[in-house]
Design a protein around this ligand. Sequence first.
Ligand SMILES: NC(=O)c1ccc[n+]([C@@H]2O[C@H](COP(=O)([O-])OP(=O)(O)OC[C@H]3O[C@@H](n4cnc5c(N)ncnc54)[C@H](OP(=O)(O)O)[C@@H]3O)[C@@H](O)[C@H]2O)c1
Length: 241
Amino acid sequence: MTGASRGIGEATARLLAARGMRVVVNYLRSGTAAEEVVAGIEAAGGRAMAAQADVREAAAVESMIKRVREVWGGIDVLVHNALTPYAIKPFRDMTWAELGGKLDDEMRAAFAVTKAVLPAMTERRWGRIIYLGTGLSRRPREGMIALGTAKAALAQFARYLAQELGPLGITVNVVEPGPVEETRMAAVLDEGIRRRQVAATPLGRLAHPGDVAQAVAFYAAEDNAFMTGTTAAVNGGMAMY
Ligand SMILES: NC(=O)c1ccc[n+]([C@@H]2O[C@H](COP(=O)([O-])OP(=O)(O)OC[C@H]3O[C@@H](n4cnc5c(N)ncnc54)[C@H](OP(=O)(O)O)[C@@H]3O)[C@@H](O)[C@H]2O)c1
């Protein structure tokens, strides 16, 4: 589980552990927060380990996966959730370094984590891969061109992988949340925009991290065997597609 020290990643790590999975709590800098997530999981009777690695660095990801395999043997599920930084601004003010940098970070990370887990999944001819996308990859919002474009690339990458990896028993799906409360994104969201988003949501509120975790857990489940190349929107009906 990449980026599991807080937000959606933390909620998902806790839910997957509660459902009996051993969970790797990956993080970049928040070692203390990651250890707290692990301690919380263990206190609830689950099993977890914290693992630092910058998902944009293939060598760091490879050595994290090597360690996990040494300790726990295999890897059955990859949830790639880590959110790398990006510029929030209109295209007219954006530089290529900002747009190209986000595209490169997003795809480099997805490439590295997927490459790293494939040998273990291929060996067992079984696997579940879930990427965190965003509704912004379909519906533009002011200032979000870098994230929305990068996540649109990620969503298509997932479909290609679903096609190629299906014969190996590996499913690949994307969870696309709308705006999620209690995340870093939510903290920078203007209150007026937030109110408009709630008003545009049939279920009458924004998502909590636990709502997104439910969709990830659904795809990760052992008995969910015949869904691949799909996308689950977790947005309370704010956008329907
Ligand atoms: N929040 C929303 O409203 C929303 C909406 C739609 C989609 N999403 C998607 O959901 C996912 C999670 O979002 P979030 O809002 O929960 O994120 P967040 O609160 O910003 O948390 C990001 C997580 O990623 C980790 N991380 C960042 N850079 C990393 C790197 N280079 N290597 C490894 N870990 C790294 C962070 O670790 P450290 O704490 O160590 O930095 C943290 O655990 C993202 O893919 C995002 O695009 C979020």
